[in-house]
Design a protein around this ligand. Structure first.
Ligand code: ZN
Length: 343
């Protein structure tokens, strides 16, 4: 990787600015406390349903059941019921999914297919494949739209960029685009437009709770990983893992995960920055194009233009260029608070 690109890596930058690790930790702790204070009741409810498991089983609201019914009722030719919503949403943004020869959707349910949705960019932008095995329920929507965000980002990336600019760089960029589409599925304005949805705010609040859980988990993971890489003997981190994760999640994880639940290169920081990038970009789009920004062709033009840049600029650079703001994790807490208040 060329030196110029490596210095843009958030993890590299975190280490290069070694003295600021504690500041980062402190900042995350602060954010974490703010979020915890504002959503205490929700966490308590969640805890009741989630205690003792890594994947909290949220009590499904009626709205969740309705979204499943809508999926089954929806019949659209070759693309399948899920893709119909992606197709319509992308069409509003000026993307003709049918006409995209470089995009393939693998939506069929084969016996040995992995249940985890993913996007594989075989050639950028010449061949990008979105793979999903529908499991049923709203998680499919979230996964499909998330992967569609990655897919369209790679499919729109300019062929003239270098390999490093297409595939390396700051992964908060592609994760941010994935989240921008994913979070449409918990946006009341989108739910009202795309689905016959009786209580979109209730469903959006449930989605915000899930987002909160994920953000808190990744804050705790990053704090843990920073400490983990600093100790001479990692076995002391076994109880610390449980302490940090259960403190953030109010769910006690198994200490057997203390070595396995670590991502390479502080990838957790890229998710956190992607959530912030997405929250701030969405706020900008709403302000500039209205709450139904996703139906506006001019919003679509802006997004498609940014997609062409691949991962050449960092998420910070894109955000600053478009909105003039710097990445701020507080925007995520703000977004969650807004959704919970409306639900
Ligand atoms: Zn992703």
């Amino acid at each position: 990787m060329p030196r110029g690109d490596k210095t843009k890596e958030p993890a590299f930058r975190m280490w290069r600015e070694g003295k600021s690790l504690e500041e980062i930790q402190e900042k995350i702790r602060e954010q974490s406390e703010t979020q915890a204070g504002s959503v205490k009741g929700w966490i308590r409810d969640w805890e009741r349903g989630a205690q003792g498991t890594w994947t909290p089983r949220l009590k499904k609201s009626k709205a969740s059941q309705e979204i499943s019914l809508n999926q089954q009722d929806c019949k659209v030719g070759g693309l399948g019921p899920y893709a119909a919503q992606v197709e319509a949403t992308l069409a509003d943004l000026g993307v003709d999914l049918h006409a995209q020869r470089n995009v393939e959707l693998d939506l069929e349910d084969r016996p040995n297919k992995t249940p985890r949705a993913f996007c594989v960019a075989i050639e950028i932008p010449e061949r990008v494949i979105l793979v999903i095995k529908p499991q049923g329920g709203p998680d499919d929507w979230r996964a499909l739209f998330h992967e569609a965000g990655h897919t369209e980002h790679f499919a729109h990336t300019s062929p003239s960029l270098t390999m490093e600019e297409k595939r390396l760089g700051d992964n908060a960029v592609t994760e941010g685009w994935a989240m921008l589409l994913e979070h449409l599925t918990i946006d009341p304005a989108w739910l009202e437009r795309r689905l016959d949805f009786a209580r979109p705010h209730e469903f959006a609040a449930e989605g915000a709770t899930q987002l909160l859980w994920l953000v808190r988990r990744y804050c705790a993971k990053l704090l843990y990983e920073i400490e983990y890489h600093a100790v001479p003997d990692v076995t002391v981190m076994r109880p610390r893992y449980v302490e940090l994760l259960s403190g953030a999640l109010k769910v006690t994880p198994s200490d057997t995960d203390y070595l396995g639940d670590i991502d390479d290169g502080f990838y957790a920081s890229q998710y956190l920055r992607a959530w912030a990038f997405e929250s701030q970009l969405r706020a900008f789009l709403r302000e500039k194009f209205g709450s139904a920004w996703f139906t506006r062709k001019d919003a679509g033009s802006l997004i498609r233009e940014l997609w062409t840049e691949g991962q050449k600029p960092t998420a910070d650079e894109i955000l600053e260029d478009v909105t003039g703001a710097r990445i701020d994790l507080g925007a995520v807490a703000e977004r969650i608070r807004e959704a919970l208040a409306a639900g």
